[in-house]
Design a binder for this molecule. Structure first.
Ligand code: NAI
Ligand code: MG
Length: 356
């Protein structure tokens, strides 16, 4: 029996709804297989905690998380707390404190879910976006001066280091190498941003030498949006900076049918710290409490978590169950169905329980 200690941080809005669904599905998987078990410890950090304590998590939050095998995270964001506080108070300190420098965002068209792209179906769009997750535009460097005066300035400095770019590039080339097409697209804006972005291109060329079997090309980020929409089949693995990949992966999520199905893993490839798995979407307060949040992204990220833990066959059976339920048309309203979160979850649980 392999046992995994999982820290669950449901946090805000629909986060608790989808994490509860995810826990149910993981428990069903563990029961069905009998060879692995999850023990969950739930943390009530987030915006409610902030309203009581003036911070999103306790000062020793990272220490409390350090010894878990993985973190299963919902979403942050509340209508009455500024977004930069919720984001910088919980999610980013975990990503940065645990040096989860690779943010991995798979996208594909799930059977039964319709892409907004005409004529694009299952198999036509199957990507993994690798996002640099520790520096770049979200390094937190910058400042404000002369606040409120006409001459006020604000700066937001992007930081690119040789170490940071090399390690994400190596991770992305490895990811591309592990996939059947062995195809990597390196995204930058190295025409307009002529320092850090040119260094990206140079380091990509250097690292590519280590991966002679991977075919790679370069795209400017603006042209990349066009290629994703017009020629999705031409792409497979994609690597981009923190900001660029943040935007491109929202587009990828939308092209695959809904943000509600898009998962992400914040990975420490060196496994010094726990990695964190979460749906890409936010707290979605427009649908909070209605019981209609799509749990598929949270199921898919559970599969990413299983893969990271070395449980590839459990991950595959979870995704087979999700595919089967979606194909049967048991879908939440964001992907054109009428089912509730509970109904989708129950259907995935039965698909797992009835599988072999
Ligand atoms: P959002 O992702 O929460 O919602 C965008 C739209 O997608 C909404 O119409 C929502 O109802 C829908 N949606 C999202 N997830 C869904 C799901 N699972 N099922 C069905 N529909 C779903 O983004 P929004 O509205 O821009 O931000 C809301 C809050 O979430 C903000 O406070 C924002 O800062 C925060 N946020 C947090 C993130 C995180 O924790 N990683 C990521 C993105 C936003
Ligand atoms: Mg985003």
């Amino acid at each position: 029996m392999r046992e995994y200690k999982i820290a669950a941080i449901p946090a805000d809005g629909i986060g608790p709804e989808v994490i509860e669904a995810g826990r149910a599905v993981l428990s069903a998987l563990s029961e069905r297989r009998g060879d692995l078990r999850f023990t969950f410890t739930q943390f009530d950090w987030g915006s409610d905690w902030y309203k009581k304590h003036g911070k999103m998590m306790p000062d020793d939050g990272l220490d409390q998380l350090r010894d878990f095998d993985a973190i299963y995270f919902g979403a942050v964001g509340a209508p009455d707390v500024p977004d930069h506080i919720t984001l910088w108070g919980l999610r980013l300190p975990i990503c940065q404190g645990f040096d989860q420098y690779a943010n991995v965002r798979p996208t594909r068209i799930i059977p039964g879910i319709t892409s907004p792209l005409r004529g694009v179906g299952v198999g036509d769009l199957d990507w993994v976006i690798v996002r640099e997750n520790s520096e770049g535009e979200y390094s937190g460097h910058g400042g404000r001066a002369h606040r409120g005066l006409p001459e006020e300035v604000g700066t937001e400095t992007a930081i690119f280091t040789r170490v940071g770019v090399t390690r994400i590039m190596r991770y992305a080339f490895k990811m591309a190498q592990s996939r059947p097409r062995k195809l990597l697209t390196v995204v930058t804006k190295s025409n307009a941003q002529r320092h850090g972005m040119v260094m990206w291109d140079e380091i990509a060329a250097e690292v590519s030498q280590e991966f002679p079997d991977v075919t790679w090309d370069k795209m400017l980020v603006d042209a990349m949006t066009v290629r994703m929409v017009k020629n999705p089949k031409s792409l497979d693995t994609i690597v981009a900076t923190n900001l660029h990949a943040d935007i491109l992966s929202d587009l990828a999520g939308a092209l695959s049918g809904s943000l509600g199905v898009a998962p992400t893993g914040n990975i420490d490839p060196e496994r010094r710290f726990p990695s964190m798995f979460e749906p890409i979407h936010g707290s979605a307060f427009d649908i909070t409490g209605k019981g209609i949040a799509n749990p598929v992204a949270t199921f898919w990220t559970a599969a990413q978590m299983l893969e990271h833990l070395g449980e590839a066959s459990a991950a595959a059976s979870l995704m087979r169950a999700v595919d089967r339920v979606c194909e049967e048309g048991i879908l939440t309203p964001d992907v054109g169905g009428k089912a509730t979160t509970r109904e989708v979850t129950d259907a995935v649980v039965s698909a797992i329980s009835g599988s072999n």
